[in-house]
Design a protein around this ligand. Sequence first.
Ligand code: ADP
Ligand code: MG
Length: 493
Amino acid sequence: MAQARLASCVPLPVDHKTLVNVIEKAKDWALMHGVGMRDRKQFSKDAIQIAPFVLLPSPFPRTEFNKAVELQPILNELMHKVAHDDEFLQHTLQNALQVDEFTANLYDIWVKVRDEGISQPVSLGMLRSDIMLESRCPHTENQCAKHTPYCSWKQVEINSIASGFGHLGPVSREIQSYILRQLGHGDLIKHMPENRALSGLCGGIIEAYDMYGVPSAVVLFVVEEVSYNICDQRFHEFEISEKRPDIQIFRKTLNEIYEETDLNDKKQLVLDGRPVAVVYYRSGYEPAQYPSQREWDARLRVERSNAIKCPSIHYQLAGTKKVQQALAAPGVLEKFMGPGGATSRVRDIFAGLYSLDFDENGERAVEMALADAERFVLKPQREGGGNNIYGPEIRDALTRMRHSRERAAYILMERILPPLVQGYVVRPGAPVPPPISDLVSELGIFGVIIGSKEKILHNKQVGHMLRTKLADANEGGVAAGLGALDSPYLLDL
Ligand code: ADP
Ligand code: MG
């Protein structure tokens, strides 16, 4: 079956002269409104370059978009419950912990702070559920008339740490609105859903700050040594400082936190003589961000403190691939959500997810993947893009790991096949105009949840982001240079 297609919102191609002209304007718009990133090759703190973006918004069925938006508070609550279920986390992660040092280090911190007694029961979750449309209808081998040209979306993953694009999501809508106006299609802007992700996410940080309730306290962003995706962090700071000039924000690496913070006898994390109310991690999700014991010690210190963490360490564990796979196993959703309709709505969004544990089920999954590797994605316990294994390499990896416990740190996932859309991707340094390409998109829905094990205090869907990549690319990280910023254009099919 040919991969389904959705039509572009504007007839393509756009003529050469118009295209060159509008791209030149759009690049300047991008630079002047923070649609930017730092240059990896010629890094300078004095300059940003345009972030790759798709010229026109990508079609997305309205009913499916609304379904994703409506489901987000349910997913938030599910993640919150999972993060607070010690026994489930322990049981689910136990095999991976034996072979994956990174997850084991996170887990050890969790056990340590739990044993000492949690000093801050409230967590701030800023989640992003990433989804893709599935273009193959499960009802029939061929496309079924009822669901042409798509059926529904499936979840790729849910992120519980450093879920980016709170700024780049909304601003992608703005730049594409500008482009549509320049092309004489301003009337189409009404089909692009409002996106208040930045304000919603920052609202979560402010709410957590107020809950902490110490007027002299500060907010701490945990950042990488070098932040290439700087616009998507600074705009959060700008937004908070505009809404709340009284809140001071610090940016520190884990190493700086090690050197510059202390825990006082009230378990406050003290930075520059002031307690930290909220710690927002934009780093700390991958092993390279902990190059020495100092970074792990810093992480432990933060977790021991009474600052409200986004995420707390158990939230980070709840966002791991292994947990995602375990949630898809029979009976698990029911345990967290009861037998009602919400459970089946969540079950519907799961693509096939299989454990590769060293047991009968795991063995069956290995067989299945070896027989038809193209059908799957093989995922290690990692975040941040670029770690998954696809196609023939799945066979190599599984053949190598088949008799090793190492495989327990991976999960096997059914590959989603999204519909194709034609479009232009504008990239820094690339020839103008770009060619028309076949593209596929991944939508992220943001959620904010604040609460303790006993009580959820705040639970909302707060906006979205869309990333689009060339149809033949396996992954589409924008900061990694593979994907491009985009926004949805809602279709009434
Ligand atoms: P990470 O934590 O590294 O972001 P993801 O699970 O989001 O891991 O996978 C990275 C990328 O790989 C996704 O953004 C998507 O482009 C692609 N991908 C992941 N899972 C699937 C899948 N089941 N089907 C198709 N593409 C996938
Ligand atoms: Mg991802």
